[in-house]
Design a protein around this ligand. Structure first.
Ligand code: ADP
Ligand code: GN1
Ligand code: MG
Length: 367
């Protein structure tokens, strides 16, 4: 058996002959594989994912969320008469026993999706139009999620974007310094500590009722939206593990973090990192094109701030993981999490330098 996915493929309801598989994508949490099958001579591909149950401790609840969200998306597309609906929403392939996942011989949880052909994800933004398309798609996704019927979704990771909790956790780890790495990160910790005042702002607005809880995606990285190769359209939002109650601003903030800089998230040369205004402008335009109808004033006012906050938050998380010995995010080399932290902090700085102009732009576009 070449890849672990081969041990579980037979459990899914796929009517074809297995051809081959390989690892796929650049996610930091789950293990993703693409597998090809022959369906009476036509090659059809599927995505298989082994869910990280150290991080998602209630993975069956998570799969229940995903099943509900993908079924709601499919129903909406069907009601609109959309022909290529299986390219516009993730489609789960059930296991032969009818469940939306299967467990392998080691008891590990796998799921399977139809592979969306003729589209791809990008780790770096290519042009402003892509920013518009990604933001439009995530806004559309939030609209869909708002219409979800039934009970509140499971919180797949409690306090996921609770920036106060993220800050406090870092402070604790700085205090215990379990791997003796603190001496290397003095500048980064100073940078973060001097911005502690930011971490409560959205939580306070939420507590005061100025901004509402919604069902949000919570991981709106640019590479979690598929862009159509032919049309350039943002056709499908993917990576639904963290779809749960949250703030719309967390989603917008992560778009700013991942779709405005010309550098990779782990770029070692931080002088390449910057918030590019044309990308931000198209993010705002794209997001408002779908989300303006439901956003409240407190949300629109904090769109620029959310980019700064979420970038700081992910910087905090990368630094925490570095100090803890790289136990959360997948890493490829010893300073990987530290490099990632540094790019986040460089981006925070770049946003700070342009925050007034970003706010003026949002006011103009939201008018
Ligand atoms: P992770 O949680 O590890 O980021 P993702 O669900 O984002 O995992 O998947 C990783 C990559 O696999 C994505 O960036 C995308 O390129 C690709 N991918 C995921 N689902 C599909 C799909 N249904 N069709 C085609 N490609 C997909
Ligand atoms: C992780 O799974 P992936 O790679 O899309 C992480 C996000 C971070 C991101 C940073 C469940 O996302 O929260 O923003 O890495 N997902 C989880 O790149 O922690
Ligand atoms: Mg992903």
């Amino acid at each position: 058996m070449k890849w672990p996915v081969e041990g579980v493929i037979g459990q899914f309801a796929i009517h074809g002959a297995y051809l081959e598989s390989r690892p796929y994508g650049s996610g930091h949490i789950n293990d993703t594989f693409v597998a090809a099958f022959s369906h009476a001579g036509t090659r059809v591909r599927y995505i298989f994912q082994r869910v990280n149950e150290r991080i998602f401790q209630q993975a069956e609840n998570l799969m229940e969320n995903i099943q509900r969200v993908t079924e709601a998306a499919a129903a909406k597309l069907a009601s609109e008469g959309v022909i290529d609906s299986t390219r516009r929403a993730l489609r789960l392939i059930p296991a032969k026993n009818g469940r939306p996942f299967a467990r392998d011989a080691e008891g590990r949880l796998w799921r399977c999706y139809l592979f969306i052909e003729g589209a791809r994800t990008y780790d770096i933004i290519q042009n402003p139009r892509q920013a518009f398309q990604a933001a439009r798609a995530f806004g559309e996704f939030q609209k869909l999620a708002a219409g979800l019927e039934g009970p509140r979704l499971h919180e797949t990771i409690p306090n996921f974007h609770n920036t106060r909790a993220r800050f406090n956790r870092l402070q604790e780890v700085v205090g215990s310094d379990p791997k003796g790495r603190l001496a290397e990160v003095g500048a980064e910790w100073d940078f973060i500590r001097s911005r502690e005042g930011l971490v409560d702002l959205l939580l306070d607005l939420q507590a005061s009722g100025a901004i509402p809880e919604r069902v949000t995606h919570n991981d709106t990285k640019l590479n979690n939206v598929m862009i159509d190769d032919a049309s350039g359209e943002g056709i499908c939002v993917i990576d639904l593990d963290t779809v749960m109650p949250g703030l719309a601003l967390y989603d917008f903030g992560d778009m700013v973090r991942t779709a405005t800089s010309p550098a990779l998230e782990d770029e070692p040369n931080t002088s390449k990192v910057c918030m590019q205004m044309p990308m931000f402008e198209e993010l705002v335009r794209g997001y408002l094109s779908t989300a303006k109808e439901f956003l409240v004033e407190g949300e629109i006012d904090h769109l620029p701030f959310s980019g700064k906050l979420i970038t700081l938050e992910i910087g905090i998380r990368f630094l925490t993981d570095y100090l803890e010995g790289d136990i959360y995010f997948k890493t490829k080399h010893a300073s990987h999490n530290l490099d990632r932290c540094r790019t986040q902090l460089a981006l925070v700085r770049s946003i700070e330098e342009q925050e007034a102009a970003m706010a003026a732009l949002v006011r103009e576009l939201a008018r």
